[in-house]
Design a protein around this ligand. Sequence first.
Ligand code: FE2
Ligand code: FE2
Length: 151
Amino acid sequence: MSSDEVTALLREAYLDELETVMNYLTNAIVLDGVHAEEVKTSLEEDVDEELEHARLLGQRLKQLDQSPPGSEQFDAQQSSLQPPDDTTDVQSVIDGVLDAEDDAIETYRSLLEAAREADDPVTEDVAVTILTDEEAHHSEFRGFEKEFPMD
Ligand SMILES: [Fe+2]
Ligand SMILES: [Fe+2]
């Protein structure tokens, strides 16, 4: 069993993951400077994980007899994660990643709750699996943030 709320959240999360893939990929390419290398490497690894999240969500939608959305249903949200004008501004990318991971954590908590209410333990399991990765991403970038003195 599942619910309309569950499938709506699965579709929303699918698009969020693909936007995250685009912005992590772009920022991993554009950043410059001695402070950028570790962040770039981490973003590159996370691109693969975020893409796998989209794949899990899309497959779950398919199992629920729904289609994951195509690009025409996409509405960009991640304004704080746009590539910075100053390509050595690693701090701006770290802040954008923390925003994106905060949003992801909130979405998967909502999905978890909706799946539980709908008596859909399989989607609940998908939400917990992905939430575990997002909390790890958030924690890693909070670590990077501590290395960068504010102003
Ligand atoms: Fe993700
Ligand atoms: Fe993430």
